[in-house]
Design a protein around this ligand. Structure first.
Ligand SMILES: Cc1ncc(COP(=O)(O)O)c(C=O)c1O
Length: 382
């Protein structure tokens, strides 16, 4: 399918009619086990933890969308990150972007370190800092670009070159842009990670995660992780993500059109400070965004003066919902310090540059003028 363009891939990769019935939608195979054809022989599946026909279709679609060798679907984005680091050993060194989803920091700092894996955070917008932080035992550099919620970018191609020269792999959390707007493997990354809970599902009705590989060795590694650890996406969740993927290019186009319009509106509003959106020419990495991304996405964040101002703003919103998460059709606004970054200490938040006045927006696919009017009236209430 590689010859096809994105909207065609989204509708057809992994989504061919069911060979048994001709059903145009991928059936949900709710079966934990599969009848074997003999001793040591089967029809391709034996037990759903190891493989399920619905999951196979989603994994095929994910690999096609990211231009990878294989896709691996997990129960959540966090389970996918668990899969990513599952094969690291005691004494290995893991470098991570300094400004990442706080759940990733919580997992690394509270769970992964217990296995004797050394974890270090580095400003991945600074190539010299990345190179300086690499050690002989560095096995993985995990990037989130754009980062959550400050929209800091990392130069994937340049970091991949540095990492490969030192024998390390690069993984990219591509959740914020989706495969439509950024192709980390084509840029040189080794592994792509997604919280499918966001744009890939797109309707805020399921949790899931994915890893997409670029080599056969990684494929085998993650097949083992899925089978051995068992945190695999359920067939029904796989169906929801497959359904979401069909409209992903269309949705992302609208998300982005709205995102640009909202960012332009906010950029001139007197109450909005430190607006972070890579599609604005004043963003310090605008040039990198133009070079590395196929669009700017629909995530952004800004500061009001205080937590109290944020509370008044969030309460006054009528269309935007005051809720965590992102990438669904509905627009969401959230107070970063108490939602996505509520799980890390104030000290860590300060280190990340997230203060109590920061609001993150996930722009949905509603009418952009309605969204701007809603933000305008809520800012007036501040
Ligand atoms: C960038 C990013 N990565 C990973 C995750 C974790 O995904 P999940 O909530 O599906 O476990 C999130 C969740 O918000 C996220 O925003």
């Amino acid at each position: 399918m590689a010859q096809y363009k994105y909207p065609t891939l989204a509708v057809h990769a992994g989504q061919h009619p069911d060979p048994l019935t001709g059903a145009v939608n991928v059936p949900v195979y709710l079966s934990s086990t599969f009848e074997l054809t003999g001793v040591g022989t089967d029809r391709g599946w034996d037990y759903s933890r190891a493989g399920n026909p619905t999951r196979d279709r989603l994994e095929t679609a994910l690999a096609a969308l990211e231009g990878g060798v294989s896709g691996h679907a997990f129960t959540s984005g966090m389970a996918a990150i668990r899969g990513l680091v599952a094969m690291l050993r005691c004494g290995d060194h893991l470098l991570c972007s300094a400004d990442v989803y706080a759940g990733t920091v919580r997992f690394f700092d509270e769970i992964v370190v217990r296995s004797g894996i050394e974890i270090e955070y580095v400003d991945t917008s600074d190539l010299a800092a990345v190179e300086a932080a690499i050690k002989p035992n560095t096995k993985l550099i995990h990037l989130e670009t754009p980062s959550n919620p400050l929209m800091v970018l990392a130069d994937i191609g340049a970091i991949a070159k540095i990492a490969h020269a030192h024998g390390a792999e690069v993984s990219v959390d591509n959740t914020f842009l989706s495969p439509v707007l950024q192709s980390p493997i084509a840029l040189g990354a080794d592994i792509v990670m997604h919280s499918t809970t966001k744009y890939l599902n797109g309707h805020s009705d399921g949790l899931g995660g994915a890893l997409i590989t670029s080599t056969q060795e990684q494929k085998e590694r993650f097949i083992l992780v899925q089978k051995a650890e068992g945190a695999v996406m359920s067939p029904f969740e796989c169906f929801l993500v497959l359904r979401g993927i069909k409209t992903l290019p269309l949705r992302v186009q609208k998300h982005e059109e709205n995102g640009r319009a909202v960012a332009e509106f906010l950029s001139t509003h007197p109450k909005v400070r430190k607006l972070a959106y890579p599609g604005l020419k004043c963003h310090p990495q605008y040039e990198l965004a133009c070079r590395q991304q196929k669009g700017f996405g629909s995530m952004m964040s800004f500061e009001l003066k205080s937590r109290d101002e944020c509370a008044r703003f969030l309460k006054a919103l009528k269309i935007f919902l005051n809720a965590e998460s992102l990438g669904g059709v509905e627009s969401l606004a959230s107070h970063s310090a108490t939602t996505t970054h509520g799980s890390v200490s104030e000290e860590v938040r300060r280190r990340m540059g997230i203060n109590d006045g920061r609001i993150r927006l996930s722009i949905g696919i509603e009418d952009k003028e309605d969204l701007i009017a809603d933000l305008d009236q809520a800012l007036a209430a501040v």
